[in-house]
Design a protein around this ligand. Sequence first.
Ligand code: PEP
Length: 257
Amino acid sequence: MNSSKRKPVLAANWKMYKTVAETRDFLKVFLPLVNNLSEREVVIAPPFTALSAAGEIIKESELVSLAAQNMYFEQKGGFTGEISPIMLKEFGVKWVILGHSERRHIFGEENSLIALKVKTALENDLLPILCIGEKLEEREAGLTNEILEKQLSAGFSEVGNQEAGKVAVAYEPVWAIGTGKTATPDQAQDAHIHIRSWLTGHFDSGIAGQIRILYGGSVKPENVNELMALPDVDGALVGGASLKPGSFAQIASCRVG
Ligand code: PEP
């Protein structure tokens, strides 16, 4: 059970799935299923091309908000293929996922780039979901905490005390993403405690205590309640199991509080 100070966040990362038509179809089924939920935030991160349609549909919802899956750290300029925070805000985007392991490991994003993105997101009133997590070989070599600390200190390097509370951290062990392998409750709780203690060491305790720490990695309807019951898990970032409205509605309806 998370601290009552922190409202749980259940976030869907659709990656490179769903056209505009598929996004509309999903939301038409999904929104009525979650209509009556409260005491949580539900976030949907569709591909860039579907942000406009999704934003139009969810703009009346108090529960559901919109996220982008990535962003560049400049407002405009000669950056072919990139998207700026100003462009995201036009669609009503509230959150932006930064440093996802697929960005880090497929597209070679370094901690230094992610740090600039976090800074720019906050400067533009977007709430970063900063993803961190170790690879399997790093876990097996006993380096998990060291990797998490490195990613946290880079990700927060440009963030002041007052702004830090707006960031959500997503702990996503790389070996658990899209693999069907979920961290055990002990592994998830250990990592979340470590992240919380790093945050407490770097920001005022009131601020550090506001930062939501989400777990991500093969979260599904069958395991979400067990994960959400852990004291330091404040939400979930969900890939595969967020693609079907019934499945993500079950996850969004998890026990909280
Ligand atoms: C993710 O993409 O952030 C993720 C956690 O994916 P999955 O739920 O499919 O493991």
